[in-house]
Design a protein around this ligand. Structure first.
Ligand SMILES: [Fe+2]
Ligand SMILES: [Fe+2]
Length: 271
């Protein structure tokens, strides 16, 4: 089976490229399952119910979030009625919504998706490694799940790589999000888990991690805020990975980056 993961959708330009291109990509690449990180979809901060619906209508089978999960306060409510929306699993007990879901792919496979957040250089949540051990134990690959996709939303590359190795052989794909810049280390780890430290964003790369560059530059140079952060609204690059998963073992056989539109060098999976 073939799965695609798209990195953090940032603002209007990020939403536009995903909504425009995802339906065609699902057909052209014969995708069985698509995960999209939507934590920055609403003006760069969080997600609304309408935007979640737009991403799902475009073909997202699950939407993961991160530290911006609840920036739009309505998400605290509608996440309870949107089973395809996941927030980090290691939020405190009692946080609205869920951090893991088991979904049916287009080929009939059962896909476990887990969203987990790192702690280094972030507002720390519960231990992400212990949380992942619990989630994988509750729904193991090859038993209750035919594929396992993990979004590690974290700042530190080291923490994301460590998570990849912890789950190597027990997940189909472990992919990093949050830093909004695609790394060139996509690979299949020794025990069969596809991995990339950061998948990049779906947003305008003529900015500072998807935001209009004026305010970040002002704050870095003067240390005084002048305005709100606004998403950069130039043409977005869609960034993600496409992974082939063995239908018997649930492990990855291929991982290829995909980059379309905007400013980054294009990449298209060679299948
Ligand atoms: Fe993000
Ligand atoms: Fe984030």
């Amino acid at each position: 089976m073939r799965v695609m993961f798209l990195g953090d959708v940032v603002g209007r330009s990020g939403r536009r490229i995903v909504v425009e291109r995802l339906p065609g990509l699902i057909v052209d690449l014969a995708l069985d399952f698509v995960v999209v990180n939507g934590e920055n979809a609403a003006g760069g901060f969080g997600i609304t119910e309408e935007i979640a619906r737009d991403l799902i209508d475009a073909g997202a089978d699950a939407i993961t979030l991160g530290n911006h999960a609840f920036d739009q306060r309505e998400a605290l409510v509608f996440i309870e009625r949107q089973p395809k929306l996941l927030r980090p699993v290691n939020y405190p007990a009692g946080t609205p919504g869920r951090g893991a879901g088991l979904y049916m792919a287009r080929n009939g496979a059962r896909v476990l998706v887990v969203n987990v957040m790192g702690r280094i250089y972030m507002d720390p949540l519960d231990d992400p490694f212990a949380a992942m051990e619990r989630e994988i134990a509750a729904c193991p690959l090859g038993e209750q799940a035919d594929a396992v996709i993990v979004d590690v939303h974290a700042e530190a590359t080291s923490e994301k790589q460590a998570m990849g190795h912890l789950l190597d052989g027990r997940a189909s794909l472990v992919v990093g999000t949050h830093t909004h810049v695609p790394t060139a280390d996509h690979q299949i780890l020794p025990h069969g888990t596809a991995f990339q430290s950061d998948v990049g964003m779906c947003g305008d790369y003529d900015g500072v991690i998807g935001m209009d560059k004026d305010e970040p530059l002002h704050r870095f140079t003067t240390k005084i805020g002048r305005a709100r952060f606004e998403p950069a609204n130039g043409e977005a690059t869609l960034c993600g990975v496409v992974v082939d998963v063995d239908e018997v073992s649930g492990l990855a056989t291929t991982i290829e980056p995909i980059r379309l539109g905007g400013r980054l060098a294009p990449a298209m999976p060679r299948f």
